[in-house]
Design a binder for this molecule. Structure first.
Ligand SMILES: C[S@@+](CC[C@H](N)C(=O)[O-])C[C@H]1O[C@@H](n2cnc3c(N)ncnc32)[C@H](O)[C@@H]1O
Length: 228
């Protein structure tokens, strides 16, 4: 199954603005954020999110993607959840005082999912076992308001060389350096991911975001009532 051709929605948030916005972040966090922005098309992904509503970003890390969402459209109210209490503390410090942004420490697998217009997971699913992935996605679906969206940024398993490169990098980041909490990886390819989302009763499509990157970045857009 082929992904839909990348409609290349224009990027509307500048890298420099993101770093400025995360003014309370420490120098190490800022250095990490700069690298992440260089190797991951988060700014491109932002353009696929609605401009208003209540959002929940599961596995928000140190607040980078919630910050990008907020810069893209100030009417978005975003709750970020992450298992790692240090990252939540860092997000709160970096973005202190920004209205409509809230951060909470907790496990997405044991979270009481509030009703929301958008649920997102950015480079998180692969850290959850396949059973946990299915359970979390089903909970997102149940918590989505009418017209709501589930938006997932992940890595595809193709092309093979990009998948291999990503696997090596993740092994270093998660298992050797310990940048991210996790023990094993559970990557699903595009075909499998789309069929899982559809089996939950969601309409789903994929947008390749890997052009110009050495990683197989892919974005899944899903919704109960269509995904226009
Ligand atoms: C690769 S990082 C991505 C962080 C962020 N989404 C970003 O793109 O900058 C994966 C994040 O998922 C978080 N995570 C892993 N398992 C989780 C779980 N069960 N519940 C909540 N967060 C989790 C990790 O702590 C980590 O911050």
């Amino acid at each position: 199954m082929r992904a839909a051709p990348d409609p290349l929605r224009p990027v509307r948030v500048e890298k420099r603005a993101v770093i400025r916005f995360l003014r309370g972040a420490g120098p190490m966090t800022k250095a990490y954020l700069r690298i992440k922005l260089r190797i991951c098309p988060l700014l491109r992904a932002e353009a696929y999110f609605p401009d208003r509503g209540e959002f929940v970003d599961l596995g928000c890390g140190n607040g980078l993607f919630p910050a990008i969402l907020k810069l893209g459209a100030p009417d978005r109210r975003i709750l970020g959840l992450d298992l790692d209490e240090r990252k939540i503390a860092s997000a709160r410090k970096a973005l202190a005082g920004v209205p409509g942004l809230d951060f909470r420490a907790g496990d997405a697998a044991a979270f009481d999912f509030p009703p929301a217009d958008v649920y997102s997971l950015v480079d998180v699913l692969y850290l959850l076992s396949f059973d946990t992935q299915d359970a979390v996605l089903a909970k997102c679906r149940d918590a989505l308001r009418p017209g709501g969206r589930l938006i997932i940024k992940e890595m595809d398993t193709r092309p093979g060389w990009k998948y291999l490169w990503n696997f090596i990098q993740e092994t270093i980041a998660v298992k050797i350096v310990g940048l991210t909490l996790g023990r094993r990886f559970y990557f699903r390819g595009r075909r499998d991911t789309l069929s899982r989302l559809r089996s939950l009763g969601l309409e789903a499509s994929a947008v390749r975001l890997d052009r110009g990157y050495a990683y197989p970045h892919i974005l899944y857009l899903a919704g109960k009532d269509g995904i226009k």
